[in-house]
Design a protein around this ligand. Sequence first.
Ligand code: IMP
Length: 203
Amino acid sequence: MKFIIATHNLKKQAEMQRILAPLGIAVQTAAQAGLTLTDVEETGRTFRENALLKAESGCKETGLPCVADDSGLCVDALDGAPGVYSARFSGEHGNDEGNMQKLLELLRDTPKERRTAYFESAVCVCFPNGDVIDVSGRCNGWIGYEKKGTGGFGYDPIFMVGDKSFAELTSEEKDEISHRGNALRKLTAALNQYLNQPDKETL
Ligand code: IMP
């Protein structure tokens, strides 16, 4: 089965592909499938609302099952910020470097015990027949004092789990504990159940 993923982020696509491959699902961006998707404005107040907006729109436009993830970082000392504004925290959408610098600056005088944070990922799949599956996952950690490691993307170099940042983990190590890994494992279970219903075999 082919899923379109409503993102331009090839690292997210690769993470999803790795996790959903065992179900026989090929996850492609619209561009990889030779299609175009309109960019959806993320106007939702929650990760779930934004994931649903993106998956619904992608499914409508392509006529294929569409999966979307909306995720972000919630810092306890900042009352959950940047949250749904994670990608544009420093003003410019997708400026990872600026976002990390702003966060480090805001937490400059915050002691380690108050630097707790979590990543959350909401994942929705919309099917052309109107069915929707949605799940979410979390990963708890804390915000480091400086960037560490070179892997991953986004806030990975400053998001610490124990004494290592996400950017210091291998892809496999990150998948095992990450918010998206947790959400996608729930998605795998939900999809298995959904696709094994007799009337869904031909989807
Ligand atoms: P969106 O889900 O594409 O709207 O992006 C959410 C924001 O959270 C982006 O700034 C991402 O870089 C960041 N983000 C989401 N998941 C991760 C992750 O696994 N590691 C680091 N940053 C992430």
